[in-house]
Design a protein around this ligand. Structure first.
Ligand code: SAM
Length: 168
């Protein structure tokens, strides 16, 4: 990022925004700011960001297509997504999808890779790449011991680019 770069952090939980602000003050980071908001309705202006990073949040969203439409809106042309998240590598059993603890635990609402790729392309992204990490099964199994969740979800890198040309 460098000294002239700027970072905007977004979280929908006031406590998390307050904590992030405290951490930034402790670290004397002056080129970061934190805004309360939802990733489906980002409190960020159109075409202002070079890159959007996120770790383990999109799986929690009930409207993932809206998340990618918003990401596309706030990125500059040529901007990119560099995300780490939990994705479904197999259809989750209904009892896992309905389990509130698994939903809150970043498992129950994880989307299939093909659905995420389609949502990103529909939003306008190109060079879409989702790479699940087999090795993540070793720690994901501990998120819900005895439930075999590692057979259904993995951690993945999710990357895409907003085209340089285009209207928006
Ligand atoms: C699993 S934590 C991940 C936090 C952080 N990214 C990390 O890697 O430690 C999920 C965070 O996403 C936030 N969150 C969940 N759904 C959100 C949404 N729709 N919009 C904005 N923030 C959301 C929660 O408040 C929580 O702070």
């Amino acid at each position: 990022m460098g000294p002239t770069g700027r970072v905007i952090g977004v979280d929908m939980t006031p406590d998390m925004v307050s904590k992030a602000r405290r951490n930034a003050a402790t670290g004397r980071f002056t080129n970061v700011e934190f805004r309360l908001g939802e990733i489906e309705h980002l409190p960020v202006a159109d075409r202002t960001a070079d890159v959007i990073i996120s770790n383990c949040v999109i799986n929690l969203s009930p409207d993932k297509p809206a998340v990618f439409r918003e990401a596309f809106r706030v990125l500059k042309r040529g901007g990119r997504l560099a995300i780490s998240d939990v994705v479904a590598t197999a259809e989750l059993p209904q009892e896992m999808k309905d389990d509130l603890a698994l939903i809150a635990g970043c498992i129950g609402n994880a989307a299939p890779i093909a659905d995420l790729e389609a949502a990103m392309r529909d939003a306008g992204f190109v060079d879409v790449r989702i790479a699940p990490k087999d090795a993540s099964r070793t720690f994901i199994k501990d998120w819900a011991p005895g439930r075999s969740v590692e057979d259904y979800v993995q951690s993945a890198t999710i990357e895409a680019v907003k085209p340089r040309g285009g209207c928006c």
